[in-house]
Every structure is written in C-alpha cells, then in structure tokens.
Ligand binder design. Structure first.
Ligand SMILES: Nc1ncnc2c1ncn2[C@@H]1O[C@H](COP(=O)(O)OP(=O)(O)OP(=O)(O)O)[C@@H](O)[C@H]1O
Ligand SMILES: [Mg+2]
Length: 353
C-alpha cells in the first residue's frame, strides 16, 4: 500500500471539558479535493486549525509524507489555512495584501509581481489591485483572501467556508476556478462547506462530521446514494422518511402495505424503523415495488424541476417527490389532486427509528 500523503491519526481536541474533536482518523491522498461537511459546532474549524498548527492537539498525530508535523509551528508546515473569518490588512491595497506572504518568504521582487498579477487574473480583480479592503464588497474581499492563500502554493490548502460570502453565480464560477487551480498547482485541498451541493460537485471525497467524529467518508455518489446512517441520509440532500414496522427482515408501512428494501441498515431490529427514499426516486404510476397514494398539498417550482408535497397516510410530514420539467408538462400536477407514486426496492433504505 502506498503511504498516505496527509495522515490524520486518532486526533483529539479538548477545550477544558469540551471534546471538540473526538478521535478523527483520516488518510488524504496527494492532490485530493476533500470536503468536510457537518452541522455548526461539529468540530470542522477546530480540525483545520490543528492541521495548520494554530491549535495544539490533545491526542493523536498528524503526518505529511510519513513525518509528524504535529509539533511544528504554523509557518514551518507546508499547509496554509484560509480562515472562516479572514482578515485582510486594512492599510494595504489588494495587490499588497496578496504579495505580503510571498515577501515574507523573501521571494525575488519580479517573481512576487508576476505571481500576484497571475492570481489577480484568476480571481478577476485585476482592475481593483490598487484598492483598499474597505473599498471592496464582501464577495470581493473573500476572493482576495482566497488569492492570498493560493498565491503561496502550499502543499495543503485548508479552506474554511471559502465561498460563503459569494452570490450563487459567482460561487459556481469560483467552484470551477478552484478545481482548475487545484489541478494546475497540484495542491491538496481540504474544504469546509455548509453547502452540500458544493461538496457533491467539487470534492473527490466527502466526510460528514458529527459531534467531533467522522460519521461517513466516501466519494460524493456513495455518500448520497448509500448513506450508512439515518443522520447521513438526512444531512445530505432531501430524504423522505416513512415509519415502518420491521419483522424478521420484512417491513410494513403504516397502512399495512409491504415495503421492500435493498439497503437495510445493520442496526435495524424488530419493531419500529424508518424507510427512506429520495424525492427523485419516486415516480408517478405503478412501476416500482413500493407504493403510496396521497394528495398534492403544495408545488414548489424550481425551473428545472418541480417538488411536489404530498400528504399521505404513510407519514405525518408530507412526502416530497421531484418531477422533471418534461414529466410535469405531461402530468400537469395541481394542488388538491390525488396522486399515486411508486419506487423501487433498490432505492429504499431502512434505518432504525
Ligand atoms: N477556543 C475554544 N474554547 C472553547 N471551546 C471551543 C473553542 N473553539 C471551539 N470550541 C467548541 O468546540 C466545538 C467545535 O467548534 P468548531 O468551531 O470546530 O465547529 P465548526 O464545526 O467549525 O462549526 P461552524 O460550522 O459553526 O463553523 C464547539 O462546541 C465550540 O463551541
Ligand atoms: Mg467553523
């Protein structure tokens, strides 16, 4: 087996009695784009700060290419962190802010100038190079902070919500730009984001963090399609949960109808459980093994698709079904209409209640 590039080994962090990071072990490959997702307070920033050296570790070890970096000060680690609440130097221009880190490294002046010009082009702020931070919008400031981290070309770049202040359109442009830069410079990225779609689009692998621990780690498709816990199923994307009763591997919905499922969680026993299915896996009519009927109670139009809210006896909360624009054109759903849906066993997960 090849040695991991960045190896996080049973890392712990206590703040007095608060266990902010609870024994995280993770191997990250060179040039990997890794995304950390998790609720507020789950330990994401603390983990990044320990990787960057701004926080001591309470236990465990951190290795890069087989050598421990856990005791090195931040400036001796080949790691750069773009903070969640970044601070630009207010008295320096955009260009000076970006150049600062390179000047500290005592790079030749012409190389500093070239690299700053290069990165300004990438973040599309060349025309604002002479402005001070307080003359920029929030999104522009965030792009400068990003440029300042990228321009140093660290081996590992840690990004804490790097695109949080950007509007949707600029955000998706910067997502592609970040991916391109990562390939171009061969940087390993670890990015914290609250935006699951961003994680699914950008990352080679995703980790879901909860209460300081990693709940599930895997490629986006696996995280989305094969959640290993109810929390993971609920956390990523939209998931419908229907209460069922489990009895020797068979499952019954509330109205007594059978539910068949390919993915049954190991922790499911006898008695109360839940069946989970994604909105896009529900279709109109009777094609799949599992069925439900109900009434359309609301329709949310999203352009590319519609989300139907369906009131059904099988659940206390409305079931959400996604309908693509072409299907919606054929069926013309309306609120108040009765509707029958079906879905496949292979799209059905069973979790403990
Ligand atoms: N310096 C500190 N002293 C005491 N407790 C702290 C300190 N820093 C963080 N914590 C606690 O550690 C836990 C993890 O915090 P952390 O900032 O890592 O969460 P996060 O996942 O980054 O959250 P968010 O998504 O809100 O940024 C929280 O319970 C937080 O209150
Ligand atoms: Mg944080």
């Amino acid at each position: 087996m090849t040695q991991a590039f960045l190896s996080i080994q049973n890392v712990e962090k206590y703040f007095a009695t608060v266990r902010a990071v609870a024994g995280v072990s993770l191997d990250i490959r060179e040039n990997e784009f890794f995304a950390l997702l998790g609720a507020s307070g789950s330990g994401k920033t603390t983990l990044l700060r320990m990787l960057a050296g701004f926080e001591d570790i309470s236990g465990g070890d951190i290795l890069i290419e087989g050598t421990s970096i856990a005791k090195l000060p931040p400036n001796q680690r080949p790691v750069n962190l773009m903070f969640q609440s970044y601070a630009l130097f207010p008295h320096m221009t955009v260009a000076q802010n970006i150049a600062y880190g390179l000047e500290m490294e005592k790079l030749p002046k012409n190389e500093v100038t070239a690299r700053v010009a290069d990165i300004l082009k990438v973040i599309q702020l060349g025309h604002l190079a002479g402005r001070k931070p307080d003359q920029l919008s929030g999104g522009q400031r965030q792009r400068v902070a990003l440029a300042r981290a990228l321009v140093k070309r660290p081996k590992v770049l840690l990004l804490d919500e790097p695109l949080g202040a950007l509007d949707k359109k600029l955000r998706s442009e910067m997502q592609l730009e970040l991916k391109r830069l990562q390939h171009q410079f061969g940087i390993t990225f670890i990015m914290v984001t609250h935006d699951q779609e961003e994680a699914l689009v950008m990352a080679d692998r995703i980790a879901i963090m909860k209460d300081g621990a990693l709940l599930q780690v895997g490629p986006p498709k696996e995280i989305y399609e094969l959640p290993r816990s109810r929390f993971a199923a609920d956390f990523i994307g939209v998931m419908n949960f229907l209460p069922v009763t489990a009895n020797s591997g068979a499952f019954q919905a509330r109205d007594g109808s059978p539910i068949t499922a390919t993915h049954v969680n190991d922790a499911v026993g006898t008695g109360a459980a839940v069946a989970a299915v994604r909105p896009e896996r529900l279709s109109i009519g009777e094609g799949g093994e599992n069925r439900l009927s109900g009434t359309v109670s609301a329709i949310a139009y999203h352009g590319l698709d519609l989300l139907l809210h369906i009131t059904t006896e099988l659940s206390d909360t409305p079931v959400i079904a996604r309908m693509t624009a072409d299907v919606a054109d054929r069926h013309r759903p309306e609120t108040g209409q009765p509707i029958a849906l079906s879905w496949s066993a292979r799209d059905t997960h069973i979790f403990p209640a």
